[in-house]
Each structure stands twice: as structure tokens, then as C-alpha cells.
Design a protein around this ligand. Structure first.
Ligand code: SAM
Length: 297
């Protein structure tokens, strides 16, 4: 999306207002003073506005300098100036270097609500360096959250292009092999994914990646949801909500099964409603997945 300023639409509003807020409400109990938001609210700060009752401190990241002043005014008009810090620069580099473009460091050591609301592609993006930076930034986020022993909700929104699906296909082949080693035949389901669009492949790829990184840093993925919608300008978008729980124990946290990742429904968001997509893969039934940690953890 090449718009200078982000423009919302009704599916996005619906997600923000109903589904995201429900996830925040169910994860955290009052008082909400200890809840720190870190993310990209954009100049209108619509997410912060919607979730404000549940947020104690807000770290708002923005990489378009022309948006910074507007953001400052928005925070003021929402009465949030005294508990909002605005950082300027790319969110990836702020997470990796722990300072923004003018040397300001995040005002909190860890976060309870992270909203990585990207406008462009996440993986399979035309610039491979951007892709790598995002992945590195997410790993670094997990590492820091682990050091502060902080469980968190991760909202991740990405646009995508249909034509760049090779990495997702490779991931599907790996999952099939991993399941086969456990005696589970996922051939039909994997074939279904391979022959369907990128949104279905992403629905597997992203949770698999987050689950894997999470486990490496002692987080278990307790629940997640995937939504598909058309963003402004009809750009296909995926929105994920991940509930990540930190575990102090040395043993690896329990694994979300690959089977449940493959079987998880994709939700389709319209202007006024959200429905499970009627286009579904054949469900994998039977088989017992081992509780042993994955060799990559
Ligand atoms: C999708 S909009 C935010 C929408 C908002 N979260 C909401 O719920 O309405 C993303 C904002 O982050 C900025 N942005 C996009 N990519 C960024 C990046 N990599 N680092 C920092 N800011 C970024 C954009 O300029 C835009 O203002």
C-alpha cells in the first residue's frame, strides 16, 4: 500500500473493536495500569483509542516523519499525552537496536500488548532484506520478553501477494515430513494447502513460525486466531492474534500441535460480520502427536 497516511475500513474497524479488544479483556484483569502497549497505531491512533481503557502506557512507533506531529496531537486530544511515548523510525530497527532514529529508548523493558500492524507483505515480500529484518525483529522481541518474563498478546497484521508462495510451500512439506515421523498421514491436507491460495498457506506458516520462536524463548502459544480481510484499496490482509505465555520452567513449554495448526479455521472478515471460511482443508483425524520438544527448540 503506497498511501501516505493509513486509511481504515470497516473490516479493520470490526476486528479492532470486537475481536482484538475481546482478546485484551480476556487476557488481562483490572487494574490495567501495568499493561504497556508497543506498536504502530498510525497518526489516528485508532487501536489505542479503542483499547485505551485497558492500556496503562503506550509506546507508539511511526516511521513516516510527517505523521509524527499528527500522532502527538491525537495523543493529546485523547488525553493520553502523559502516558504516551512516540518513537520515530522503523519498528524492526527499534526492536533490534532498542533505540529510535533520534536515540530515544523505549520507556518500558517489556510489553503486554504488541501490535505489529504492517501495511506491506510479511514474507515473500519483494525485498528479501525487509523480510529478514522483520523475522529478526520478532525473534528479538521474544528474547527481550523472555528476559523480563513477560507474557503478552501479539497482534500481527500483514498484507500479501499471491505470487510469492515458495517459502510457504516448503514449510508445508516440512510439516508433512514432521507429522509422518510421528505416524500421522497428512498427505491429503498438505496437498489441499499446496493447491490453495496464499492466505491459506499463511494461516499455517505464520502460527508455525511464532510457535517455533516462542518455544525457543520459553513461550507457549496458548491460543491464536487468523482472520482474512480486504484492506484499503482491496489489498488482501491477514490479521493474527497470538496469546503467548511465558513459562519459568526449564522444560520446554507444551507444544501446540501441528495438527491443530493445520486444522485451525480461517475467519473471513466482512464489513459487518466475521465467519469461518467455508473453504476448508480436509481435517486431519487420528494420530497422536508426541509431547517431546521439537529438535529446533
Ligand atoms: C496500518 S497503520 C496502523 C493502523 C492502526 N494500528 C489501527 O489499528 O488503525 C500502520 C502505521 O505504521 C506505520 N508503519 C508502517 N510500517 C512501519 C514500520 N516498519 N515501522 C514503523 N512504522 C511503520 C505507517 O506509516 C502507519 O502509520
Amino acid at each position: 500500500m503506497d498511501l501516505e497516511m493509513f486509511v481504515t475500513n470497516r473490516p479493520k474497524d470490526l476486528l479492532r473493536r470486537e475481536y482484538d479488544v475481546a482478546a485484551i479483556r480476556s487476557k488481562f484483569q483490572q487494574p490495567y495500569d501495568d499493561i504497556t502497549y508497543f506498536g504502530m497505531p498510525g497518526p489516528s491512533m485508532l487501536d489505542v483509542k479503542e483499547w485505551g481503557d485497558y492500556l496503562g502506557f503506550i509506546i507508539a512507533v511511526e516511521n513516516k516523519t510527517e505523521n509524527l506531529g499528527i500522532m502527538q496531537m491525537t495523543a493529546g486530544s485523547l488525553g493520553l499525552s502523559d502516558r504516551t511515548q512516540i518513537l520515530q523510525g522503523d519498528v524492526e530497527s527499534i526492536l533490534l537496536n532498542w533505540e529510535d532514529d533520534v536515540g530515544e529508548i523505549p520507556g518500558k523493558d517489556s510489553f503486554q500488548v504488541v501490535n505489529l500492524d504492517f501495511e506491506g507483505g510479511f514474507i515473500g515480500f519483494s525485498n528479501i532484506l525487509v523480510h529478514d529484518l522483520r523475522i529478526d525483529a520478532i525473534r528479538e522481541l521474544f528474547r527481550r520478553q523472555m528476559h523480563q518474563q513477560t507474557s503478552f498478546l501479539l497482534f500481527l497484521t500483514v498484507g500479501f501477494r499471491e505470487k510469492r508462495g515458495q517459502e510457504y510451500d516448503l514449510n508445508l512439506h516440512h510439516i508433512r515430513e514432521e507429522l509422518a515421523e510421528l505416524g500421522i498421514n497428512a498427505q491429503d491436507t498438505i496437498n489441499w494447502y499446496l493447491s490453495h491460495g496464499v492466505k491459506h498457506k499463511l494461516k499455517v506458516y505464520v502460527p508455525h513460525l511464532i510457535e517455533d520462536y516462542g518455544r525457543t524463548f520459553r513461550f507457549s502459544l496458548r491460543a491464536y486466531r487468523c482472520f482474512h480481510y480486504k484492506g484499503t484499496g482491496n489489498v488482501p490482509m491477514m490479521h493474527f492474534i497470538f496469546d503467548l505465555k511465558y513459562s519459568k520452567r526449564i522444560v520446554f513449554p507444551k507444544r501446540l500441535s501441528l495438527k491443530s495448526i493445520l486444522n485451525c479455521p480461517l475467519f473471513q472478515v466482512y464489513s459487518d460480520k466475521v465467519e469461518a471460511s467455508p473453504v476448508r482443508p480436509p481435517l486431519i483425524v487420528g494420530g497422536v502427536e508426541s509431547g517431546f520438544p521439537s529438535s529446533r527448540a
